[in-house]
Ligand binder design. Sequence first.
Ligand code: FAD
Length: 358
Amino acid sequence: MNKTPTYQGVDFIIVGQGLTGSLLAHALLQKGKTIHVFDNHHQHASSKVAAGIINPVTGRRVVKSWLIDDLIPFAKRTYKELETRLGIKIYYERNVIRILFSIKDENKWLEKTGDQTVAKYVLENKGLGSFSRKINEGEGVGEIQYSSQVDMPLLLDTTKTLFLNDKILDVEKFDYQLVRFEKEQVFYKKIKAKKIIFCEGQQGRNNPWFGKLPFEVAKGEVLLVKIPNANFDKILKHKLFVVPLQNDLYWIGSTYDWDSPDDLPTEEAKQLLIHKLKKVLTIPFEIVDHQAAIRPTTFDRRPLVGLHPENTLLGIVNGMGTKGASLAPYFVNQFVEFLLEGKALDKEADIARWEKED
Ligand SMILES: Cc1cc2nc3c(=O)[nH]c(=O)nc-3n(C[C@H](O)[C@H](O)[C@H](O)COP(=O)(O)OP(=O)(O)OC[C@H]3O[C@@H](n4cnc5c(N)ncnc54)[C@H](O)[C@@H]3O)c2cc1C
């Protein structure tokens, strides 16, 4: 006799529990939705390697980041709410001390930060503070405020433990071959759901439904180092970023490799990072770890958010690139409002912008 299989029904299956999938899962649970999450906890997931910096004024050209006036308050609110709900500390407000290496750099800084829209993110600098006499000085110093740092690994770990306890997370690779669609529902193993949402980071390039979207490979390598008694309290942007973690531990990064075939640490990048760090610090340091990951970057440097044009049972929130800490809270919320309330997506992030390209 044929037995009809019994399925556990949920509103949404989420594939990927990096920063994006974790934020999406928490947001949907907050709205009273039921979810089931699959994640293979890839060792080199971008969120596990990132510094989590939110920096409003970036780059050699000293420009304000896209949408930053909206992103910062939104990110702050989201991470603070999660801190309260999960009982952890993940959001650190930290200014960025930016070293200006030449008179030309200084002039560029003064010119750009003179602009009204940028000026509010810049502080009149009062010197190097705790970096004084511990780093090689440049020609000048700029200081950025309203910047912050998000502890992504702690958010991921806490979320993983919580979801495992609640039996709403399976630690395994999601097998696309096993997905079935029937009567406006999607079936995967013992679960049936209203939709599957993919938050797979760079692994999204292998997704049979969304893999053709214009992902780009941007591998980054970093060092974790001990700098005994440095007591740096701010983020330093010198030849590298030096970001305080805890107990004399600092995040040092990072490299950019736009066509690496893999996400593994390389000796070449390690030596480059050490070489640069020696140019930054005048005090000793000790290497604790060396990590690598591929940032989920896109051709136009904008996120990839939306439902599949031909199968609306499938959705994606991806493409957070180099700025997931600030972009993911905002675009996850936008996607949830789109999904549950029919609100419009930002055209610059909506995957519909690529439909005509096929
Ligand atoms: C060196 C480096 C430095 C960075 N620094 C910063 C920074 O300072 N500030 C900032 O904002 N951003 C930074 N980033 C970028 C940031 O890491 C990303 O924007 C963000 O973490 C992306 O999160 P995500 O959840 O979309 O992807 P990911 O972190 O890649 O997570 C995807 C998850 O999905 C899982 N997964 C994928 N496919 C499957 C499948 N088929 N089955 C099961 N599980 C699957 C993976 O295992 C992973 O856990 C940095 C990145 C790197 C590499």
